[in-house]
Design a protein around this ligand. Structure first.
Ligand code: AMP
Ligand code: MG
Length: 401
């Protein structure tokens, strides 16, 4: 199955959650909005000064360059009077622009002699004035439904005086690894054993996505245990992600168990790394079966499962950035599958994006992801890439960086 078709199938088979809850803005970073947010006020609320200086009316300027100071406007302490011809008000950054003024002359461009302020430079209308509503206008939509709130967004919400937002509940995802060979890092390895590396990474990536994780650890290649684990997860979570056991090996029981419990498709993805992949519907949840090989597990998770979980979580999905780059080394590629090779990109002195390989690209070489900063996307039908050829790269997004 081509990768694009796999992603489209995944997306069309899942629904977004709709259950929502009120959340204090202080705790809302990383949460997804259940409804749009509107501004009830202008930001800034009043015309105010962008500089420390003197508020004047430039309509007076053709008559004089020396003004009488009649008061001061501090941030938080406005001058309440009205400017008459020939008058000015001392004003600080953030101070409300007094009635009758339409420009602020910065302090450095004035000369002071008691209350007489002489302008050394002629300002234009609106100079150093920040207008009411120029950041956000009252009534404006600030964020759309499905927007995931960032730390800066929380600042924007605070700037319009919002204390609570309606957010979608967090997605719950259950996770386990399968394989008798998988050991925990605090136990010694016997011949043929390996340490479970898929689960800790997947667990952290899910948490980074703002998902609640139910981690069942490693489940042995044993039908009864697998059955019980699948049932437990299906009762507790919106989705279950497993790694290993979805290919055609003799101990790959995940397949058999899942076929008993749900409606699962076992796909051969035209993707390297990441050939075997399972997806389907359990009685209460979605199932994603990742390949066991560490690179395959992470690349299929990142490319296929992440957007699908984002949709399930109700988040508006924005495509990842893809950029053209010049290959600075030859890349080995066999036609037939889409390659997601790992590379290191940089920008040359002349502004050209260049990319090098991280080296060996085997599906067991996890360091090939850790040592990179981008994927090099090589199209399905493409063969070997020569030095100097153009390729498409996809810089790691915040999840992998
Ligand atoms: P499988 O898909 O179960 O046949 O596993 C394919 C390969 O991936 C085997 O070499 C496994 O030992 C390895 N593998 C499976 N699960 C994990 C895991 N959680 N962490 C690291 N390697 C794994
Ligand atoms: Mg296995």
């Amino acid at each position: 199955m081509p990768v694009e078709q796999a992603i489209a199938t995944l997306l069309s088979n899942v629904k977004s959650i709709t259950e929502h809850e009120d959340c204090s803005v202080n705790l809302a970073c990383g949460r997804i909005l259940a409804e749009p947010v509107f501004a009830a006020i202008n930001v800034p609320m009043n015309d105010n000064s962008a500089m420390d200086g003197y508020a004047v009316s430039i309509d007076d300027l053709h008559e004089q360059h020396t003004f009488k100071q009649i008061g001061t406007s501090f941030a938080g302490h406005p001058f309440t009077g009205q400017l008459q011809a020939g008058q000015c008000v001392r004003i600080m950054t953030g101070g409300v622009l007094p009635k009758g003024a339409n420009a602020v002359v910065m302090q450095e461009n004035t000369q002071t002699n008691g209350n007489d302020i002489t302008l050394l430079k002629t300002p234009h209308t609106g100079e150093n004035v920040r207008y009411a509503g120029e950041d956000i206008a009252a009534g404006q939509t600030i964020f759309a439904q499905g927007h995931k709130l960032t730390a800066v967004d929380i600042g924007v919400l605070c700037s319009i005086g919002i204390t609570q937002v309606s957010v979608l509940r967090k997605l719950k995802v259950a996770l386990f690894s399968t394989g008798d060979e998988l050991k925990q890092p605090d136990t010694p390895l016997s011949a043929g054993d390996i340490y479970d590396s898929n689960r800790p990474t997947l667990h952290l990536l899910l948490e980074k996505m703002g998902i609640d994780v139910i981690d069942l650890g490693v489940i042995e290649d044993d039908k009864a245990q697998l059955y019980e684990a699948v049932e437990t997860c299906d009762q507790q979570a919106d989705a279950l992600i497993t790694s290993g056991g979805v290919s055609v090996g003799e101990a790959d029981f995940t397949k058999e168990i899942l076929e008993q419990v749900g409606k699962i498709g076992f796909w051969k993805l035209a993707m390297k790394p990441g050939k075997p992949f399972a997806f389907g519907q359990l009685p209460n949840s979605q199932f994603f079966g990742l390949p066991g090989n560490p690179v395959s597990a992470l690349v299929t998770f990142y490319q296929l499962v992440v957007p699908t979980l984002q949709k399930m979580a109700g988040m508006t999905i924005t495509p990842r950035t893809r950029l053209p780059a010049i290959a600075r080394e030859p890349l080995r590629k066999r036609p037939g599958r889409s390659d997601f090779q790992r590379g290191v990109y940089s920008v040359s002195d002349t502004g050209q994006i260049e990319v090098r390989t991280t080296g060996q690209q085997g599906s067991g070489i996890l360091s090939s992801i850790a040592n990179g900063n981008c994927f090099i996307l090589l199209e399905q039908e493409r063969g070997n890439v020569k030095t100097g050829e153009l390729v498409v790269i996809e810089p790691y997004d915040h999840l992998l960086s």
